[in-house]
Design a protein around this ligand. Structure first.
Ligand code: GLN
Length: 454
């Protein structure tokens, strides 16, 4: 079997399922087949073959692939063609992976249901009347429905783990700085991370091997020797210490999810891990801090979209000022505009101390608290989401209620630690996820636990 056959069979699968799912914004059929042929031709001449050679994958549409559109699922960027490759795209190409297309998402990665996309929502492959989660809903849906073998996505507050959990697949947000963000469209730079969505834990390790590593084009990129994450896929967790933070099992979490996750933790105890209940009290304030910090940074980052340097341009205007106002009012969707406005409000001189400064203090407290706990525990285990995937268009989709959906995932982004979700069973035939967090750069502990569990 060669790469061209593999890629063609995946393209066929996409054409059969895409009208139901809408998990892609663009699919590059001709390019993918051509690339597969090139890979086949080089493999013949090579002695060792990269793990990803000829493997079809997709990339969230806020990460650039040279020569193809990067829309961020926004009218603002609907015609923008990427002038260069993101570092992740470049690394995947070098390892022979075949990028088949760009995934649907919430507009500018703002949302938890994929319903803020300018290109219509993605459906959850497990139940098409339900959302796939967000903002990387297209990525999770395309892996869950076997349209691709893996997808590269982004997480600012949970956008890899929450959709992976809703679709029943594996999602990893690594340590801040482990994967270069060069070529990722910024949302909130102190939180943004590129992450990986796969069917299983081993695939996740293989993809992380390819896309991690230092990059001179990203000043936040960590400079250290590369690890081989596959080495941690060993079935032995005897004596590992697992903390169960009670703040992640509060009354907002669906009782059935709480019970199921606790039951699965008992399974890890039977495998030889030591389990303790612990407390991380500042976690209660993490969600508020996240929404202040992320909106403040977004209001500044999204200032560049004025329709002049690039982005949507209105053709009906009376002055330069009027042009910028029209470009931004017509180009951005409701959720994005709301966030820019609120971000500016938090930053205004009369509110700065009341909101932004306090949020930064909470973030420092949170960091210290988590750092301390990891002196005693290898990993923390919690549910990934507070609820099951919900119906498209329901109250969870929008407004103030929607934000609580991010309660269990935002702390890891604020602290900068790695966190993975793995499927841990079903309730009413809908998947649920178990979240595993560890200390900064201790992906190793996560892989060990996740692999042993799986
Ligand atoms: N759902 C969260 C938000 O809307 C997280 C988004 C993300 O991680 N990109 O802000």
């Amino acid at each position: 079997i060669n790469s061209q056959d593999i890629v063609k069979s995946y393209l066929k699968r996409i054409s059969e399922t895409e009208s139901d799912l809408n998990s892609f914004i663009s699919v590059f059929e001709d390019y993918a087949i051509k690339r597969a042929k090139q890979v086949d031709d080089t493999i013949i001449r090579m002695k060792t073959i990269s793990d990803l050679a000829g493997i079809p994958c997709s990339i969230k549409d806020n990460i650039m692939v040279e020569g193809f559109k990067t829309t961020c699922a926004s009218k603002m960027m609907k015609d923008f063609i990427a002038p260069y490759d993101a570092t992740v795209s470049k690394k995947l190409k070098e390892d022979g992976a075949i990028i088949i297309g760009k995934n649907n998402m919430d507009e500018f990665a703002m949302g938890s249901s994929n319903e803020t996309s300018y290109f219509n929502s993605t459906k959850n492959p497990v139940d098409k009347s339900r959302v796939p989660g967000g903002s990387s809903g297209g990525s999770a849906a395309s892996v869950a429905s076997r349209q691709v073998l893996f997808s590269i996505a982004s997480s600012t507050g949970g956008s890899v783990r929450q959709p992976a959990s809703y679709c029943g697949v594996v999602g990893l947000k690594p340590t801040y700085g482990l994967i270069s963000r060069y070529g990722l469209v910024s949302f909130a730079s102190s939180l943004d991370q590129i992450g990986i969505i796969t069917k299983n834990v081993e695939d996740c390790a293989i993809v992380l091997n390819s896309v991690s590593g230092n990059d001179k084009f990203d000043s936040t990129s960590i400079n250290r020797e590369k690890e081989n994450y596959r080495e941690y896929l060993i079935d032995n967790i005897k004596g590992m210490k697992i903390g169960i933070p009670r703040e992640y099992f509060g009354s907002e979490v669906d009782e059935r999810i709480r019970e199921k996750v606790l039951e699965e933790i008992m399974f890890l105890e039977r495998l030889g891990a030591n389990i303790d209940e612990i407390s991380l009290p500042t976690t209660e304030y993490a969600l508020s801090a996240y929404y202040i910090i992320s909106l403040v940074e977004a209001s500044s980052n999204l200032g560049r979209f004025d329709g002049i340097r690039y982005g949507y341009r209105s053709d009906n205007y009376s002055s330069i000022e009027d042009l910028i106002i029209k470009n931004r009012s017509e180009g951005f969707g409701e959720e994005v505009k709301k966030r820019i406005l609120i971000g500016n409000y938090f930053l205004s001189s009369s509110n700065y101390e009341k909101y932004y400064e306090k949020a930064c203090k909470i973030r420092t407290l949170l960091k210290n608290e988590y750092e301390n706990i990891f002196r005693k525990y290898d990993v923390l285990i919690t549910p990934t989401t507070i609820n099951l995937p919900f119906k498209l268009g329901s109250k969870e989709s929008n407004g103030e209620y929607g934000h609580i959906l991010d309660k269990l995932t935002t702390p890891a982004n604020l602290v900068g630690i790695p966190a993975m979700t793995i499927p841990c069973g079903k309730i009413d035939n809908l998947p649920i996820g178990m979240q595993i967090m560890s200390n900064r750069l201790n992906e190793k502990a996560i892989f060990k636990i996740a692999y042993a569990y799986e």
